[in-house]
Design a protein around this ligand. Structure first.
Ligand SMILES: Cc1ncc(COP(=O)(O)O)c(C=O)c1O
Length: 388
């Protein structure tokens, strides 16, 4: 039996991290002390009050049944309250909020609700791969909007040809941005809103890193713009804000028709997030937010150690105001993959080649601040011994 895979799987972009994974496993087997700056998964624990809430909630048999498809009303009310406190944005918890099994789940399902074969999705590159893959699974075509340093890693909307814009059904944007660490401000969002209105395009803003910001910076929500709710859906995650990647809890908010379409896809595919986890989510969103400040302080310290160390050896990463990623240009003469391999082989440091996130990521590596500042200092010391 051959079990040929469906075309949609065969069309997937190649797995560029395979060689890195192989080398990493080889070095670990040789006993090398590997420092992993490759994966965007917080090393910090979930806050204690959130863990205590889930412990109580799992003892309650009503949480053991199927959850509601669109999420518990209490959780959605809690999200609306958080949005009002955090961004000053009013949301109807029943029509404008849906619970997700992590934001990835929602982002991946959205094109199934709104993209027909032949429709165009405007997607950033380099980027979190899900925007493109989900578009492809829905039969759509991605038109890639390059994120380059000279434009502060914001897409140049004027560079999108009008005939492409007319075919576009959806635009994905993501700020604070993975992998570049870039941030966006009101003037950019205003351009996006005007573009969306002109071409009748859905704006899907992935705001998974909205709370991971430093030096007192507070990223804004796209929905803060008057009229944004006419065109937009915004995705959030408890994964990074509360160190809950394994719990699988996120939410989408915004235009009621978009929320309803996404909910319709979800109700035919999954059966919602575990209610006990949603109770824990309520504890996270409504509880003391000192844990968020602590998370911000921790990554800010790590960022400063890494940036200072890299600058000391003549590398020139921008200082990210948000996200736990440092997007670092490679030294002259090194491609992303070549420099990633050098760091791995010579220093035992795992990083991610920028080219793995899309072609304009060539010439960069992404370093995630997901180890202690002592380990980051150790990584820096190893890099300082290299000659390049
Ligand atoms: C930009 C971006 N969006 C969404 C996600 C998905 O997060 P989750 O599904 O854990 O909410 C990630 C995870 O790394 C991400 O980097």
């Amino acid at each position: 039996m051959t079990f040929a895979k469906a075309d949609r799987l065969r069309q997937l972009p190649p797995y560029l991290f395979q060689e890195i994974d192989r080398l990493k496993a080889e070095l670990i087997a040789q006993g090398v002390d590997v420092i992993n700056l490759g994966v965007g998964d917080p090393d910090l624990p979930t806050p204690r009050h959130v863990i205590e809430k889930v412990q109580v909630a799992v003892e309650d048999p009503t949480t053991h049944q199927y959850p509601s498809y669109s999420g518990m009303n209490d959780f959605r009310m809690s999200v609306a309250g958080w949005y009002k406190r955090r961004f000053g944005v009013e949301l109807d918890p029943l029509d404008e909020v849906v619970t997700l099994i992590g934001s990835k789940e929602g982002i991946a399902h959205l094109p199934l609700a709104f993209v027909n074969p032949g429709d165009v999705a405007l997607a950033p590159t380099p980027a979190y791969p899900v925007y493109h893959v989900a578009t492809m699974f829905a039969g759509g075509e991605s038109y890639f909007m390059p994120l380059v340093r000279k434009n502060n890693f914001l897409p140049d909307l004027d560079a999108i040809p009008p005939n492409v814009a007319r075919r576009a059904k959806i635009m994905f944007i993501n700020y604070p941005n993975n992998p570049t660490g870039a941030t966006a401000e009101r003037d950019f969002y205003e351009k996006v809103l005007a573009f969306a209105r002109e071409y009748d395009v859905i704006v899907c803003h992935d705001a998974a890193y909205s709370e991971m910001a430093f030096d007192g910076y507070r990223p804004m929500s796209f929905l803060e713009l008057p009229g944004a709710k006419d065109v937009a859906i915004e995705f959030h995650s408890l994964s990074k804000t509360y160190n809950m990647t394994g719990w699988r809890l996120g939410f989408a908010v915004g235009n009621a028709k978009l929320i309803e379409g996404l909910g319709q896809v979800k109700s035919n595919i999954d059966s919602g997030a575990f209610n006990a986890v949603q109770w824990a989510g309520i504890a996270a969103l409504e509880g003391n937010q000192d844990c968020v400040k602590e998370m911000q302080r921790t990554y800010q310290e790590r960022r400063d150690v890494l940036i200072a160390g890299l600058r000391h050896v003549g590398m020139e990463p921008a200082i990210p105001k948000a996200t736990f990623y440092v997007w670092c240009p490679t030294p002259p003469g090194y491609t992303s993959s070549a420099f990633t391999s050098l760091l791995l082989k010579e220093c035992g440091i795992v990083t991610t080649p920028g080219s793995g996130f899309g072609e304009p990521g060539e010439g960069y590596i992404r370093m995630a601040l997901t180890v202690s500042k002592e380990r980051i200092a150790e990584a820096v010391a190893r890099i300082q011994k290299l000659s390049f």
